[in-house]
Design a protein around this ligand. Sequence first.
Ligand code: GLU
Length: 332
Amino acid sequence: MESRPGAAAKGVTRLAPSPTGALHLGNARTFLVNWALARRNGWRIVLRIEDLDGPRVKPGAIEGTLRILEWLGIDWDDGPLIQSRDLGPYREAMEALARAGVVYPSELTRAQIEALAGVNEEGMAAEAASAPQEGTREIVFPPSLRPEIGPRGFDREDVNWRLVVGPGEVSFEDRFAGPQRFDVSRTIGDYLVWTKRGQPSYQLAVVVDDARAGVTEVVRGDDLLESAARQLLIYRALGVGPVPSYWHLPLVRGEDGRRLAKRHGDTRLDRYRELGVRAERVIGLAGWWSGIIQDRAEMSPGEFLRRFNISTMPGSAVVFTGEDEAWLLNGR
Ligand code: GLU
């Protein structure tokens, strides 16, 4: 796996939607900010469809995701790369990790691990094969359950494989969220890089894809902050680069302070589009949430881009309210 020569000249970023059909207002805001940061800084934008991340993708979901990005006026330079189309690069990465003796197959079930393991500080417990969004419960895999390790072949695709996570902190400077440190051995321990579904986990797929696209800037919601530490461990284990800079942005939350989800009503972009809400309203709301404008107002994508300034982005979560919903629905 080599990064593309010359790709890092001015920077490369990616938009990485999961085509679940559930892109909501918070995703719109993150994507618009990612896009504007890229266009203002002259970064290339790679579009990647993360269809390995989560439940099976329904027919038409990928087209639906592209339609939503286009509706928002977001464009890109390369892709879409659709992860499921070619598992070859992920297998190659697994072979390299297996040869290096830093991964191992593990047939322990979740129930077995749970019975044998502790739970982490947030009281979480669950296997994260997909992106561990806030509220995901994760098991801490204790080193005592790790088998004898050593160089080997990647000889079975139908079992879970884990990365050996040594003790100690991973630290990095987030370009938006500031200095970060995580002790991955305490928050999750040896985590999944390959799943028994015959696919890479979210963490492995992201690193393989970002490295081969020469991604230098990762912009996403701050529920993935800790994932950055996990991903940095994979960069190290594979010895690939470029290792990106991270920009983790505060999420849009509901009035109860929790991440935007069904419980806050239907905030899917598809729904607004189908109801005839103008994209300019959604963009304007995202602009207001990003400190570009002082109150709700319609904005074109071009205006969002022209006026965007990362230094006016609020440093903490913004809240989606009933007034926001009413304002959106008035714009029909
Ligand atoms: N596909 C992930 C999501 O939609 C994004 C992962 C990432 O940006 O690394 O949450």
